[in-house]
Design a protein around this ligand. Sequence first.
Ligand SMILES: [Fe+2]
Length: 203
Amino acid sequence: MSLQILGEINKNYLTALRVHDELSQVFEFIGLQGYSLWHFYQYLEESCTQRKIKAYITDTYGVYCVDEAPPNVNIGEPLLKGKTRKGLKIETSWDIVKKAFAAYCAFEEKNLQLYQQKALQAFQNGDISVFNFISDLVRDVKNELTYLNGKMAELASYNYEMAQISAEQDTYYERYTHLIGTLFKPKEQYHHYNSAVSKLDDV
Ligand SMILES: [Fe+2]
């Protein structure tokens, strides 16, 4: 039963990766490199999480986790179909930014509901290990949503002013360049291991 719950969560992560990939492309298209990298970071971060989900499934149940093809998330195409970068007007970009943020927020709200529901199911099954594992995912998506809601309140406070949005792209690009670097930092245990190896090499 809990295996099925985790399989459904894995499936949703495939959708999540599609959502972040499409949003990254949407912001890239309209020239907002900082927001584009924000979504690429989320793509990478959630890809790492999905790997943990698959590892948990294999480590706990000893089975291979089968991926289904992710559904069409239908974000990029409705926003950009038929448009060209050269033909973009400021009103069009403004509209795309608003709709892209709204789609992002709606998706994460749905995720939070889904993971909470799955955590509850695991708890009711008495599977506390799986409950704890899913609780970490609930915490992650809640943090993502809190940050996003704060950003959307800020954007609304100046009515998604494009000049302001363009001006902050460098800051976002720097922030997410840094955060992407933190995803692949060596673990402390390997530092110890490597220093032990280098000591042996020095002998
Ligand atoms: Fe996300």
